[in-house]
Design a protein around this ligand. Sequence first.
Ligand SMILES: [Cu+2]
Length: 160
Amino acid sequence: MLFRRSFVGVLAWLAATPASAHGPTPSGGKAGDPAKVTRTIEVVAIDNAFSLKALDVRDGETVRFVVRNDGMDPHELTVGTVAEHAEHRKLMKEMMELQKKGGHAGHSMADMAHAGGVWVDPGKTASFVWAFKRTANLEFACNIPGHYEDGMKGPIRFVK
Ligand SMILES: [Cu+2]
């Protein structure tokens, strides 16, 4: 129980920095203008799955993701390429290991902010607006260790 509580604490700490202002230039688009939203994508997260399995979008489309967490664990939904998600998972794992050793990590969630996304604590709903730009190998995913591997991911396909 104690382990579980500290684990969740680390996850909350990882989420403390907004994933929009820093980090490498995101792929797949950019934070969108709420006034230009043409579609709302509602997603329910459980432990460990998304209700959304795949997403079709148009180049230039601005959507609002609304993510509700019906699980017991925190989840995230981020947009990025397959390679970016792999990098994100690696950093997240490293940071959690550092925290477990009691060290203070030299970098923050901002360093992982490769793309748009949102963190959702259990029982909460969170949203973000994203303007898509045609990009190969784009997907949505939760990169909390083990979750992506459980299937918390899906392809984002660009239709004409
Ligand atoms: Cu998750």
